[in-house]
Design a protein around this ligand. Structure first.
Ligand SMILES: C[S@@+](CC[C@H](N)C(=O)[O-])C[C@H]1O[C@@H](n2cnc3c(N)ncnc32)[C@H](O)[C@@H]1O
Length: 294
């Protein structure tokens, strides 16, 4: 194992322009490969304490994954999943790989729901369903939750449907309605569906002028990163215009926001008719989630 570990580390270090944490990623590759054939090894601790001798097939797979990773392919695409709030979600190139920052967004919604009405769920809206992680977590955590979600990519919708079936069961469509939309649509597709107690979105909010990691640009779709008109404020401004047609009295909207523009967005959201607008920081202390209470 130690020999294979140092071989993998060497491959990843040779791809340093693509791999920022070769040590940690070596562990993830080895654990992934070994846990496929040895289900008893489900943690790093067990992996290193038992120090198993890798079979030739395991060695070959680990090396091939490391080579692909060194060429810049994200580990999540190589493994086919990303863990989000303790659940493994299928991922592919059709939408964004769920990020840890988005767990802060879901946790903020969860705190608000629990403070407001205990464990029963609200009627929610999500713009930009992607792999389905946000809507799926709300449905799993709150048995009374029902929602409407929009998404502009039909491939992303297929991916979300698969994740919803896995975690919410085959009858998830009794609780979530997915509305396919065009990329230039904002929040109008929600208007025929009545008022929402909770609205949540991690919309495309990157500007083409922002500095973006080359690997992200190459492997994650531009349609999940950049708004259709390259205006990073498009979805926020559209919500502010339409909030009164969307939000139930006493409801709240939660948006993931770029930390560089968070203060400006907080000021702009005051125009949405919200009673209170606040920012919630991520684990690095930077403002990441905007909450608007109606
Ligand atoms: C930043 S990703 C978020 C995906 C997922 N909700 C998450 O947090 O990981 C944004 C998603 O919005 C979708 N999208 C782009 N334009 C849209 C639009 N006008 N309406 C709804 N969804 C849109 C993209 O295809 C992409 O899946």
């Amino acid at each position: 194992m130690r020999e294979l570990k140092s071989e993998i580390l060497g491959i990843l270090k040779a791809g340093l322009e693509n791999v920022t944490s070769p040590g940690a990623e070596t562990d993830r590759i080895l654990l992934h490969v070994l846990s496929q054939s040895r289900p008893e090894l489900d943690s790093f601790g067990k992996l290193y304490l038992s120090d198993p001798v890798p079979t030739p097939a395991e060695r070959e797979l680990a090396i091939s994954l490391a080579r692909s990773r060194a060429r810049g392919i994200p580990l999540q695409h190589l493994f086919g999943y990303q863990t989000f709030m303790d659940r493994d979600y299928q991922v592919n190139g059709s939408t964004l790989i769920p990020r840890p920052e988005t767990e802060i967004l879901v946790a903020a919604c969860e705190d608000w729901i629990r403070q407001r009405n205990g464990s029963t769920g609200p009627r929610f809206a999500e713009l930009g369903l992607g792999s389905g992680v946000i809507s799926c977590e709300l449905l799993v955590r709150f048995s009374g939750a029902t929602g409407v979600a929009t998404e502009a990519s039909s491939e992303a919708i297929r991916l979300a449907e698969s994740n919803l079936t896995r975690w919410c069961g085959p009858r998830w469509m009794d609780r979530l309605r997915i509305v396919p939309v065009n990329p230039d649509q904002g929040f109008t597709p929600f208007e025929p569906h009545g008022l929402f107690e909770l609205l949540v979105s991690n919309p495309p909010y990157v500007s083409r002028d922002d500095e973006i990691d080359a690997g992200v640009l190459l492997h994650e779709p531009g349609s999940a990163l950049f708004p259709w008109n390259n205006d990073p404020g498009f979805f926020y401004a559209d919500f502010i215009l339409r909030a009164k047609n969307l939000m139930a009295p006493g409801g709240a909207a939660f948006f993931e926001v770029p930390h560089e523009r968070a203060d400006q967005l907080e000021a702009e959201f005051q125009k949405s008719g919200a009673k209170q607008v606040s920012l919630i920081p991520d684990l690095t202390g930077r403002p990441r989630v905007l909450r608007a209470e109606f």
